[in-house]
Write a protein that binds this ligand. Structure first.
Ligand code: HEC
Ligand code: HEC
Ligand code: HEC
Ligand code: HEC
Ligand code: HEC
Length: 183
């Protein structure tokens, strides 16, 4: 896992900033996040084919509200994340972009959640602002069921009685001690 992670960083740095390259890398890691202990590929089936190419492309459904402002955005430190010469470009790819200031989740958890290892922080967080806590772009189960198939999730015994309890009541969104990412 760690090696993969390093490989990813290296690939991201080598790839420059073209969005096609970016997409290839993300989809490689998205489809390919390996689960060494499982030995089967069925799990991949429960993940929807969502567009993970860019935060901007998901903008339509994004709440635009100033209720919670991410400090570096509020303080106009745009250039810690954006290339000053071209605002369209990010200085570093995610998750490195975020780990400039936040602790690497790989140091906190034995197993990383797919999109965390794959650097898709902005599939859950707005880098700028949100009406929601933790700058989340969706709330409750929607945050998770955006990628996970409802039927597949509900087929698991452990979920039979959850009703509309938020998934993060039991799961850590970033990682855990094993694949179930339980708190
Ligand atoms: C913490 C890092 C970070 C900071 C600070 C930041 N941005 Fe961004 N910004 C991003 C990311 C990540 C994206 C999404 C890029 C993509 O499409 O993948 C983005 C996207 C954008 C976009 C594209 C449209 C959109 O909203 O999706 C604009 C415009 C933008 N930022 C402007 C700014 C400005 C102006 C500032 C400073 C006031 C700023 N950003 C500060 C990370 C940041
Ligand atoms: C320039 C430094 C900087 C960068 C880069 C940065 N952050 Fe932050 N972020 C902060 C600060 C400062 C806070 C407020 C203090 C704290 O909670 O750590 C914060 C808070 C947050 C919080 C809310 C914490 C809470 O408890 O509500 C989230 C979520 C977050 N950042 C996500 C991200 C993501 C995702 C990225 C990358 C796209 C990112 N940050 C990049 C500085 C940064
Ligand atoms: C699957 C959705 C999801 C993804 C992907 C995700 N986060 Fe989070 N994050 C959350 C939620 C939900 C919270 C609110 C606190 C909680 O439930 O633990 C949070 C909280 C945080 C916080 C504040 C609390 C803490 O645990 O430190 C930071 C900082 C943060 N996220 C950064 C990131 C970064 C950086 C990435 C990418 C490497 C990322 N997140 C990816 C959902 C996500
Ligand atoms: C951006 C898409 C995305 C979002 C949003 C997302 N996940 Fe995931 N999740 C994945 C991917 C990709 C995997 C790895 C799949 C695999 O190993 O087959 C995964 C794996 C998991 C696993 C481990 C399953 C296993 O058997 O390895 C759990 C548990 C999980 N996610 C829970 C959540 C929860 C809870 C949320 C909401 C806080 C959430 N996910 C949101 C994409 C997502
Ligand atoms: C009441 C606590 C609880 C809640 C709420 C919960 N889970 Fe779980 N989840 C579990 C437990 C316990 C396991 C381990 C089950 C096992 O060992 O098979 C699990 C396993 C998983 C797995 C991996 C196994 C599988 O079925 O693929 C995924 C993915 C998952 N949960 C997603 C979710 C999502 C998405 C939500 C929100 C809609 C959610 N969970 C809400 C307790 C919970």
């Amino acid at each position: 896992m760690f090696l993969l992670f390093v490989l990813m960083i290296v690939m991201v740095f080598q790839s420059g900033c073209s969005s096609t390259n970016h997409y290839k890398i993300l989809s490689f890691f998205f489809d390919g996040v390996p689960d060494p202990s499982a030995g089967d590929l069925q799990k991949g089936d429960s993940i929807k084919a969502v567009d993970t190419t860019s935060f901007a492309q998901n903008a339509v459904n994004r709440p635009v509200d100033m209720t919670h402002l991410h400090p570096p955005y509020k303080d106009k430190q745009c250039s810690t994340c954006h290339d000053q010469g071209s605002m369209g470009k990010l200085r570093v790819a995610q998750p490195g972009l975020c780990y400039q200031c936040h602790d690497d989740f790989a140091n906190r958890f034995k197993v990383l959640h797919g999109p965390v290892g794959g650097g898709q922080c902005t599939m859950c967080h707005s880098p700028h602002m949100s009406v929601n806590e933790a700058f989340a772009i969706r709330t409750g189960q929607d945050l998770c069921l955006h990628c996970h198939e409802t039927d597949q999730v509900m087929a698991n015994e452990s979920h039979r009685d959850i009703g509309d309890t938020g998934c993060t009541k039991c799961h850590n969104p970033h990682g855990g001690n094993d694949n179930n990412l339980l708190r």
